[in-house]
Design a protein around this ligand. Structure first.
Ligand SMILES: [Mg+2]
Length: 224
């Protein structure tokens, strides 16, 4: 496949609603390691799991150096199926928008702050038709979301031998942090107001294209 465009979709509240599935697994990990639930009140929207875990550890007075073992246990618990992803739902229009954006030179994948074990379970719960997960950037390796764009680009290069100019990459997400990840990298930012942020919020964050939801993706397609 000669890739000329790359679309990187966010998961939570962009393609799907997970109803706290990831946090439930993190909660189990904290219980097992520290005997207490994961602390409440840590913002999650648009953030990487690494940055969320860092804040949770800090609230418990634990050192950041403990993060790798928390992360490892979260992955283990996810794979063990300690929390059932049965409640994870695709958002309206998501599957059709991915199908509509497909094309012979368009590759679509995922850019999410989710740890890979969690992100893959969510995707398997909703079906990931049309998404090439070999190119996906999950949140395992970076705390700062914009750094995940290079993960996808490196995978695109190794899998397809393709090197795209940043403006050939669309990053679709529901928060100003998704928009930031695009803008920092010179990519096209597409905001979808299906999370906690309005179309105005996403426009103010600098999104090039803003959609109320994915039921009518024409403006996204026009940006391709
Ligand atoms: Mg999101």
């Amino acid at each position: 496949m000669a890739v000329e465009r790359l679309i990187l979709w966010d998961l939570d509240r962009t393609l799907l609603e997970a109803y706290g599935f990831g946090q439930a697994i993190m909660g189990q990990a904290f219980l097992r390691l520290y005997g207490v639930p994961a602390p409440d009140g840590v913002p999650t929207a648009g953030r990487t799991d690494k940055s969320i875990l860092r804040d949770m550890l800090a609230l418990l007075g634990r050192d950041e150096s403990e993060q790798p073992r928390v992360q490892a246990l979260v992955g283990e618990l996810a794979r063990e199926g300690v929390v059932d992803p049965v409640g994870v739902r695709a958002l309206p229009g998501a599957a059709a928008a991915v199908a509509a954006a497909a094309g012979p030179t368009v590759l679509q994948s995922v850019l999410t702050g989710n740890l890979e074990a969690i992100g893959r379970l969510k995707l398997s719960a909703v079906g990931a038709r049309g998404l090439d997960l070999d190119v996906a950037a999950f949140g395992d390796d970076h705390t700062y979301r914009p750094d995940l764009v290079d993960v996808a680009r490196e995978r695109l290069a190794s899998r397809y031998g393709a090197s795209l100019e940043p403006d050939r990459i669309l990053i679709v997400g529901d928060t100003p942090l998704d928009v930031e990840a695009a803008l920092v990298n010179g990519a096209v930012a597409v905001g979808v107001a299906t999370g906690s942020y309005s179309t105005d919020d996403l426009r103010a964050a600098g999104a090039h294209v803003v959609l109320p939801d994915l039921t009518d993706p024409r403006e996204l397609l026009a940006a391709l």
